[in-house]
Design a protein around this ligand. Sequence first.
Ligand code: CA
Ligand code: CA
Length: 277
Amino acid sequence: MKELVVLSIAPAILACCGSVSLGADISGTIAYTGSRTGQVHVAALQTLPGNKVLQLDGAGDSVQIASLTNLAGSELTIQFWFRGSTYQSAVRQQSSGWVIAGWNGQHVLQNDGFLTGVSAGEGITDGNWHHVMFTWKQGTADGFASYLDGRLVQKRASANVPIPNYNASVWLGSIGGTGEFTAGEMDAVAIWRRFMSPAEVTANWNKALQGNEPGLLAYWDFDDGSFNDKTTNHYDGTPVGEAIIVDAGIPRFQWRQRERGHRWSGQLHHQQSAHWV
Ligand SMILES: [Ca+2]
Ligand SMILES: [Ca+2]
C-alpha cells in the first residue's frame, strides 16, 4: 500500500552539510509524525543553480532530432524526467510504425503489441518531477518493462520481432511536430540501444549520465542551454514552436534512503516528490 507523505526538510539542515552538489552525500535528521518504515524519496527545498530543462507549452512546441532516424535493433531503452500535465509523445518516432515513450499512459512499440505496450505508471502528471522509463529486448521473458521513479510498473514477455528502421526523425514532445503535444518540462532524456535489467535500473535510474556510457545512443540534459546531444553521436535537436530551455527552479538533486530511525543519509541527484513505498 503506497502512502504519500511529504516531508519538510529545512534548508538550514542542508546548509549544515556544507556545499551540496550533484552526487554529494549528505546526512542529518528529519522529523515527522508517527512511525514509518521503508524507503523514502525526499524532495529537498534548496535550489541549486545550473540545472536547465526543456519546457513545452502543449501547443505547438516540440524538438526535432532530425538526424536520429534509425532506432532499429533488438534492444532499446528510453528514459526521461518529466513534470507537467501530459507526457504524450514525450519521445516519439513514427512513420510506417512507431516507437513511443508516452502514449495514452503507455509506452508502445508497433513491432511489439501495436497499441498495447506497457503502462507508464500512475501519478506522472501530478505536478511533481517523475522519472519515466521503459526498456525492451526482443524475444525475452520480461523483455518489455516499464519503471516509474525507479520502481517496476509492468513487465511482460516481448515479441520476437526487432524494431524496424522507420527512417523518420525522433521528436521530443510531439508526433512529427504536428500534434499530440507534451505539456510540461523534460530533462535528462536518454535513448539507449540496449536493454537494462531490473538490477541495472535500480542501481542507475537516477544517476546523471556523462554521455559516454556504453550503448547510450543520445542524451539531452539541456544544462548548457542547448538542445544538443551530449554523446559523440551529435543527435542535436532543433526547437519547433516555442520550445525553450529554462532554469529548472527546482533542486537538481534527490536523495533516496533506507529509513533507520530518525537518521537519514543518501545521495543527491534529482528532485522528486517525497513518498513512501
Ligand atoms: Ca506553443
Ligand atoms: Ca538538466
